[in-house]
Design a protein around this ligand. Structure first.
Ligand SMILES: [Zn+2]
Length: 311
């Protein structure tokens, strides 16, 4: 029996998944993300909600949508990498068109919720989901509740600045980030950032796979690249400790697939956290690409429970 549905709105495809009461996948449907008009984008999301209702055989099915970007709880407007949806009130427009409730959540928060409730962080009270891929993003979940903030931007640690002393110690320059700020963690931690470190150390262009394979085979320069990368990651963990101090950090995104990445970061922590404090557990995500839809569906169920609570 279908318990909830999750929709992941990506730049190229929209994926919808129906989950059963054990949160196993019942059925999945993918369609291309409309690129021509906003109206067609909203229609495509409606189509997925209706498909989920039909798959479940219930119009009251909790459905959530995960979207890359933020939306202001005050204005309802989205700021997203999906240009058609940016500046638009997607959530309200979808509700108006469907005549039913649908939950919306930032995609990094969906990942954090999914891993905190069902994945690698399920035995911990407070979990930070840290996604390191083409960018660096994240979300924080405390006792099963997402702390997402006014814009859903809480957890965007990729856009904090790397400490000046760390940059100096590693001999790195401040690089302008896609967010328009300079010296963000993302500029050296994300996939393109690791590439930037390799260029800094070796003078050559190498992607993350080449770097990590060569480092594992004993290449001293690539090992230095990985040491520098882990040193910067340790500073990000220190920033997390000083703010939300999570029990566990669950790693997701493309770079989380690097063998032993959790151990590499954990080994880099001593000396960089607050003196005599316990380090958080570093774990790799259990759900990979399905975290977006699973987290969106979980957010929908939680929203429904709030709505159903007697006042
Ligand atoms: Zn930035």
């Amino acid at each position: 029996m279908v318990r909830a549905g999750g929709i992941d709105l990506g730049g190229t495809k929209i994926e919808a998944t129906a989950f059963d009461s054990d949160w196993a996948v019942v059925e999945t449907k993918r369609i291309p993300t409309p690129q021509d008009s906003y109206e067609n984008l909203v229609d495509a999301l409606c189509e997925m909600v209706v498909w989920l209702e039909e798959t479940a055989g219930s119009k009251g099915l909790p459905v959530g949508v995960g979207i890359p970007g933020f939306h202001s709880k005050r204005t309802g407007k989205f700021l997203t990498a999906n240009l058609l949806a940016s500046g638009r009130t997607v959530h309200q427009d979808l509700i108006d068109k469907l005549g039913r409730a649908v939950a919306f959540e930032n995609d990094c928060n969906c990942f954090a919720l999914s891993e905190a409730m069902l994945g690698a962080g399920r035995s911990y009270a407070s979990v930070f989901g840290l996604i390191i891929g083409t960018g660096v993003g994240g979300g924080y979940c405390s006792n099963g509740t997402l702390i997402s903030g006014l814009n859903g931007a809480a957890g965007e640690y990729g856009h904090l600045g790397i400490p000046y002393m760390t940059m100096k110690e590693l001999g790195l320059d401040g690089i302008q980030c896609g967010c328009s700020r300079t010296g963000c963690f993302e500029t050296y931690l994300a996939g393109p950032g690791m590439r930037r470190l390799a260029k800094h150390v070796t003078g050559k262009d190498a992607d993350a796979k080449t770097i990590t394979t060569a480092a594992a085979a004993g290449d001293p320069q690539m090992q230095e690249v990985m040491r520098m990368w882990a040193r910067i990651a340790a500073e990000l963990v220190a920033a997390l400790q000083c703010t939300v101090d999570p029990d566990c950090i669950v790693l997701g995104g493309g770079l989380s697939k690097i063998p032993n990445i959790d151990r590499l970061i954990a080994q880099a922590l001593p000396g960089h956290l607050l003196d005599q404090t316990e380090p958080p557990e570093i774990r790799v995500a259990e759900y990979g690409d399905s975290s977006g839809t699973r987290g969106a569906a979980l957010a929908a169920v939680q929203n429904y429970q709030i709505l159903e609570e007697p006042s």
